[in-house]
Write a protein that binds this ligand. Structure first.
Ligand code: E4P
Length: 230
């Protein structure tokens, strides 16, 4: 399952883009509001950091069909072809998805809470649907089950739409949607750290260091090879 980073924080984007295999960055109005300031400059800086080939998902803020179309096209001209337009699911959202996808734009239909919404978004031509896993869990619903249903619906209908699972509060939820058939997930910086961290990994690495130091001191394998090649 491919992983995107769900933040607009420039330091986090620089860090994870350097060390982690991220496919792109996703934002929404809440995420952009958290950073504040000049939002257009911020989006341009994110594009600069991740380069032109990775996906940058940006959600529309206009509400009228014609204005959303203008906004979406302006975003793609500003931020490049690998900009994916996020549109909240709804009647206008479906109309926008049909129009943008027929003109070759990539669209993520977001705020998906049911398989039915995902099915309609896919039929409208969505590149991705973004089911909100934790927001479902928070209301005693089953976010992972929702992703599983969508994966089944897309498989049966041979849909080309991909699942970009979103809204995670735990690393376990991310793993579960990977198992249930999501092709992509977008995760926050804190959940991203938790996907990698393990205390037994830390103690294992400490053990390797201690044993090597006890036997060979500070000399590394590279230094030993260089010595032999002299
Ligand atoms: C994707 O970008 C979604 O908008 C995001 O994952 C929602 O996450 P939240 O439910 O933590 O706000």
């Amino acid at each position: 399952m491919k992983i995107l980073l769900d933040t607009a924080n420039l330091e986090d984007i620089k860090y994870f883009n350097t060390y982690y295999p991220i496919e792109g960055v996703t934002t929404n109005p809440t995420i952009l509001s958290a950073e504040g300031g000049d939002v257009i400059a911020l989006l341009m800086q994110i594009r600069e950091i991740i380069g032109k080939d990775k996906e940058l998902h940006v959600q529309v803020t206009e509400e009228d069909f014609d204005r959303i179309m203008l906004e979406a096209k302006a975003l793609v001209s500003l931020l490049g072809n690998n900009t994916v337009i996020k549109v909240p699911v709804g009647d206008v959202g479906l109309k926008v998805t049909k129009a943008l996808s027929s003109e070759g734009y990539k669209v993520t239909v977001t705020a998906i809470l049911t398989g039915a919404q995902a099915m309609l978004a896919s039929n409208a031509g969505a590149t991705y649907v973004a089911p909100y896993v934790s927001r479902l869990e928070n209301i005693c619903d089953d976010g992972v089950r929702c992703v599983k249903d969508i994966a089944k619906i897309f498989e049966v209908s041979k849909s080309n739409t991909k699942i970009l699972a979103a809204s995670f509060k735990t690393a376990r939820e991310v793993l579960d949607v990977a198992i249930e058939g999501a092709q992509c997930a977008t995760v926050s910086s804190s959940v991203m750290h938790r996907l990698l961290a393990h205390t037994t990994t830390d103690t294992s690495i400490e053990g390797f260091k201690k044993d090597w130091l006890g036997a060979f001191g500070n000399t590394t394998l590279l230094e030993l090879i260089n010595l032999r090649n002299k």
